[in-house]
Ligand binder design. Structure first.
Ligand SMILES: [Zn+2]
Ligand SMILES: [Zn+2]
Length: 348
């Protein structure tokens, strides 16, 4: 086997990234080596690429970033038991320590000492990646590599929707990013009654609609709060899936939430936000659910059932595909002011 590979690397403490030749990772005893077929760009990768405040505090260059991937196992460590060479896999990106209270009580996804693949370790924008066995998910051979690679964010959407118990309820999805679009498709399949979609950019609002939200609103031209309250006879929706982290969306989300409803928070605000606990939560008697990652591995079984049985087709959300060496074009598409893109997949 070749000893070198191409990888997209954050070389220094500055914006951007470089394609360089590096050594193929040497696996540890509990890891597998995966030859990557497809990897997709996540919001987290954009933070790292831009070298924003969060990445400055968390990322330690030089490192290979990227974490959403699908590929074939080409080597297994000597303590690996459940994965073999030739398996077609993807990666759960939350790396648990497997020893803390949370890991021992079925909550590995929020492990006390959580590490993230491609954030705290070398990642997937490369020809090969080392993945701890605990994070390996075996794919159905029929799954296209680009779909395999987006299962991690699709899993965020699955966890958000399933935890919110949307069946036969009116819901609103705040956000028009890829995960919000996936959530619309999943909510429709698991039987949400009406799915209101609230986004910003016309291209993405259209995607939200294509995936199953109807009606959809753009905050650039509609007043979604008024429209949704009118459409629900002034009562509001049973469930709000907040997938932006924007202060305005959070506020609007609580305005349109019915008394006794469920507010599910997935989008991460960039800082602290002021919040009316009395009126939004206490007097409303509502539930708030926080979503971090994917349940390991209940969410993966659910998302695989959705994808393998073709109940949800995520492909409309995959709008751009490039060879890995053209990763720059992928970031350009995501960073374009009009946001005329969904998910960008790269192929090594
Ligand atoms: Zn991701
Ligand atoms: Zn743990």
């Amino acid at each position: 086997m070749a000893e070198k590979m191409l990888a997209v690397m954050k070389k220094g403490k500055a914006p951007g990234a470089e394609l360089i030749e590096v050594d193929i990772p040497k696996i540890k005893e509990d890891e597998v080596l995966v030859k990557i077929k497809a990897c997709s760009i996540c919001g987290t990768d954009v933070h790292i690429y831009n070298w924003d405040e969060w990445s400055q505090s968390r990322i330690k260059p030089p490192m290979i970033f990227g974490h959403e991937c699908a590929g074939d196992v080409v080597e297994v460590g000597k303590n690996v038991k459940g994965v073999k060479v030739g398996d077609y896999v993807s990666a759960e990106t939350h790396i648990p320590d497997q020893t803390c209270f949370l890991c021992k009580t079925g909550k590995m996804h929020i492990c006390q000492n959580l590490k993230i693949l491609g954030v705290d370790t070398n990642g997937a924008f490369a020809e090969y990646i080392a993945i701890p066995e605990i994070c390996v998910w075996k794919n159905d051979k029929s799954l296209a590599p680009e779909i395999g690679s987006i299962q991690e964010p699709f899993g965020n959407a699955t966890y958000t929707v399933m935890e919110s118990q949307v069946s036969a309820k009116n819901i609103a999805i705040m956000g028009d990013g890829p995960i919000a679009c996936f959530a619309a498709g999943i909510a429709r399949v698991v039987g949400a009654a009406k799915i209101f979609g609230v986004g910003e950019f016309p291209f993405r609002v259209n995607l939200l609609n294509k995936m199953g939200a109807n009606p959809v609103y753009s905050i650039l031209k509609h007043k979604p709060v008024d429209e949704i309250m009118k459409a629900t006879s002034g009562e509001g929706v049973d469930v709000v899936l907040e997938m932006t982290g924007a202060k305005k969306a959070i506020e609007d989300g609580f305005k349109i939430l019915k008394k006794g409803g469920t507010f599910t928070a997935f989008g991460i605000p960039s800082g602290k936000i002021e919040f009316d606990l009395s009126n939004n939560v206490i007097f409303k008697g509502c539930n708030i659910i926080g979503i971090n990652g994917r349940k390991m591995f209940e969410t993966w079984y659910q998302l695989s059932n959705l994808l393998n049985n073709k109940l949800v087709d995520p492909s409309p959300v995959i709008t751009h595909k490039f060879p890995l060496k053209d990763f720059q074009k992928g970031f350009d598409a995501i960073l374009s002011p009009k946001k005329e893109c969904g998910k960008v997949v790269l192929f090594p």
